[in-house]
Design a protein around this ligand. Structure first.
Ligand code: NAP
Length: 239
């Protein structure tokens, strides 16, 4: 495909639905070849269909970020083996956990939030750092949340694990600042997805931006001309 990302290889987590799926389609529209990671095969196939419909190409990677840690460690080396490098990483996979008082968080819910929102981010950085450095314009974007800056009752496990992710990502951004690799975070604000509906069941999703509305802003951080480093881009007025 032609476009500003033609010939670029992109790994997108959370690509089976919601924001991750929309970002994958947008990156493909800009010319990137996408590797789509999530657990749900059917959702990955739907994203693949959308990418094929616009003439793009994708590889599906059904994968559980909470349970396949050692497999995740092999992802970077297998991307190098197949493509020689990685140009773009968008980490959109995330879990909300159960909204409940901190004192009532159950071990199972805590463990899942830590595994997906924090540990998987660390393992992704660890395995994708070498192939991203092998690119002449490596770009990494991690999707975060306003809950980090504005804690709210019952959102403790989600907010704490996203805060940990932000810290790791900002640290990594400083460590690679003298390389061509650009690492940033993006807070999309409220977006009409399954996660948002779980958190706010009474809300009319038609009143919110759709994943396709925010995807171009995430894709823009993946362009070779991007210069920001270690920033958290917020897509809403936080005042
Ligand atoms: P979503 O529709 O629930 O999508 C979450 C994605 O994460 C799905 O593709 C899901 O795929 C994947 N995922 C979850 N657990 C996984 C696991 N163990 N292994 C692999 N993949 C896993 O939510 P979304 O709203 O699009 O969220 C995308 C990102 O935006 C998240 O990081 C979220 O924290 C952030 N965010 C969303 C909002 C909002 O209003 N929607 C606001 C701020 C930040 P499978 O279930 O197929 O595995």
């Amino acid at each position: 495909m032609s476009g500003p990302l033609a010939g670029r290889i992109a790994l997108v987590t959370g690509a089976s639905r919601g924001i991750g799926a929309a970002v994958a389609v947008e990156l493909a529209r800009l010319g990137a070849r996408c590797v789509l990671l999530a657990r749900t095969q059917g959702g990955l196939e739907e994203t693949d269909d959308a990418i094929r419909a616009i003439g793009g190409e994708a590889t599906l990677l059904p994968f559980d970020l909470a349970r396949d840690g050692e497999k995740l460690d092999m992802l970077g080396p297998s991307i190098v083996e197949r493509f020689g490098r990685l140009d773009i990483l968008v980490h959109a996979a995330g879990v909300l956990g159960r909204l409940t008082p901190v004192a009532h968080i159950m071990p199972k819910d805590w463990t899942e939030c830590v595994a997906v929102n924090l540990t998987a981010a660390w393992r992704l950085i660890r395995t994708c750092d070498p192939p991203l450095r092998a690119s002449d314009a490596g770009r990494a974007v991690f999707v975060t949340t306003g809950r980090v800056a504005r804690p709210r009752a019952y959102w403790g496990a989600y907010g704490a694990t996203k805060a940990g992710m932000e810290h790791l990502v900002q640290t990594w951004a400083q460590e690679v600042r003298t390389t061509p690799l650009r690492v940033n975070l993006l807070d999309p604000g409220a977006v009409a997805t399954a996660m948002r509906a779980a958190a706010y069941p009474g809300e009319d999703p038609a009143t919110l931006p759709a994943p396709a509305d925010v995807a171009p802003r995430i894709a823009a951080l993946c362009l070779p001309e991007e210069t920001r480093q270690g920033e958290t881009v917020r897509l809403y007025d936080s005042a």
